[in-house]
Design a protein around this ligand. Structure first.
Ligand code: URA
Length: 472
């Protein structure tokens, strides 16, 4: 029996290729985690480097193997090698046989890793510490699996303007706004236990110039555009205006983590036992942003926890706000029709929104009984970001979700990042931080708002087609 130590997935991959090339059957090799200690048995130096196998394995297997590599089961490298051997020598389409014991276990492990990664993304909370006049943000987390390296790039994108560290018993990861570095694991007591984020955010927000306040319309009405060129500052006005949305986004990107968000309403003590029902209860109490003041209630997602397809809208509308359920108003009717035409069943889907409160303005309208009408207003980037922890937490509960369908621009931008217009990305299956199979499509309200019948029909056809992709 050979014994081989494996550091990580890349190491397993190169060793497995060598083993396959040397025709070593799985029954004659034991693959162990390389925990930094010298093996009693040593590696297998006699394997022939020259006979590195050149056969190709499918992308599906590689992606499955990579995920399983993060699992804590000590036997995972052996199981992966056995599956690889069988694919090469016995059954090239092994992965399609979901009833096979090895395949079943691999899929189960992949799901457990995916779920754990979602949990980490949703529930890690940073605390500020100051050292040598510098601010650091430190979080403690105890994942079920060895997922730190899988999840770290997500945090470096999301908190790219902060110096942060995530401490876990397996390993630590630090980010200095340029590079991720990994080190040995630590114990819980190494993480700081206080939180000053809220104050910091308030002070910060109150003191800086906020480019979101550049009001183009007002500037133009105060001074006609044709006079701008005579002003000494004229050169910079264009740049200022062009840059404003980006600067708003950068500002938020850099300082996300300082602000008051829904995360403050997710009780840390209950994370482990979190269910959609407990999350809904917690969300009902959320006052993280001002939208809760003018709306009737928090409208949380609905649908079975085992849903395979998750539909993400923008925010509840007037009817949803009153009834407390997403997509029950006019846009919901259009969506229902599209869902049916796509061959899906609404009761099997999970429906939710990026923002959980109804943002609106009141206008006088004599056609309605109480004389005022509530008109939908688009949530801004701050409100989206503030509410995002609810979707993160919902997503972390939805273990079986395979497709995430973003309905409209607000959902697309929340999941794919700014600058993703529906017309540019719709109808394709995209891999995102949330889901390997993310689809962007038209919001049903955009269909209702389209001025021409032809446009409405075309968008409806596309919405049905895109939902059909998820249905398949
Ligand atoms: N529009 C949405 O985005 N969500 C709803 O729940 C209703 C209308």
């Amino acid at each position: 029996m050979r014994t081989i130590q494996v550091k990580d997935f890349d190491d397993w991959r190169s060793k497995a290729r060598k083993l396959i090339g040397n025709q070593v059957p799985p029954s004659e090799v034991q693959l162990f985690d390389d925990d930094g200690q010298r093996s009693l048995f040593g590696d297998s130096p006699d394997l022939d480097e020259a006979s590195l196998a050149t056969f190709r394995v499918s992308k599906e297997f590689l992606s499955l193997a990579q995920s399983v590599g993060y699992h804590r089961d000590f036997n995972r490298w052996n199981l992966l090698y056995r599956a690889l051997w069988r694919i090469k020598n016995e059954q090239p389409y092994l992965l399609e046989i979901e009833t096979d014991v090895d395949v079943h276990r691999l899929i189960q492990m992949e799901k457990q890793v995916r779920r754990d990664a979602h949990k980490m993304k949703a529930f890690v909370r940073f605390r500020k510490v100051e050292r040598d006049d510098k601010e650091y943000f430190i979080a403690w987390h105890q994942p079920d699996h060895r997922i730190v390296r899988r999840v770290a790039p997500f945090f470096s994108r999301r908190f790219k303007g902060m110096n942060w560290a995530i401490l876990t018993p397996d390993e630590t990861v630090t980010w200095d706004q340029r590079e991720l570095r990994f080190g040995p694991g630590v114990t819980r007591s190494d993480a700081p236990g206080f939180d000053e984020l809220e104050d910091l955010w308030r002070t910060y927000y109150a003191n800086i110039f906020n480019p979101a306040r550049v009001k183009v319309k007002m500037m133009k009405s105060e001074m006609p555009v044709r006079y701008w060129k005579n002003l000494p500052e004229a050169d910079i006005i264009d740049d200022l205006l062009t840059d404003a949305p980006k600067r708003v986004e950068d500002m938020i990107q850099q300082h996300e983590g300082f602000e008051q968000t829904a995360a403050n309403f997710i009780k840390q003590t209950e994370i482990e036992s979190c269910t959609l029902a407990t999350l809904k209860e917690m969300a009902a109490e959320c006052t993280a942003c001002d939208l809760c003041r003018e709306s009737t209630q928090t409208v949380f997602g609905t649908g079975p926890v085992e849903a395979k397809v998750v539909l993400l809208g923008e925010q509840p509308g007037d009817q949803e706000d009153i009834k407390g359920t997403p997509f029950v108003g006019p846009a919901g009717k259009v969506l229902d029709q599209a869902i049916r035409s796509a061959g899906l069943n609404r009761s099997e889907l999970y429906l939710t929104n990026v923002v959980k409160h109804f943002k609106h303005v009141k206008t006088n309208n004599e056609d309605v009984p109480n004389g005022t009408k509530r008109l939908h207003q688009k949530p801004n980037a701050r409100e989206v970001r503030c509410c995002r922890p609810w979707f993160d937490a919902e997503w972390s509960c939805l273990n079986d979700a395979e497709f995430l369908v973003c309905l409209g621009e607000t959902a697309a931008k929340a999941i794919l990042g700014p600058g993703n217009k529906v017309s540019a990305v719709r109808g394709r299956i995209l891999a995102t931080d949330y889901c390997e199979k993310t689809i962007v499509t038209w919001h049903p309200a955009a269909i209702l708002r389209s001025p021409f019948e032809g446009q409405r029909q075309e968008k409806m056809r596309e919405l049905i087609k895109d939902l059909g992709l998820a249905g398949r």
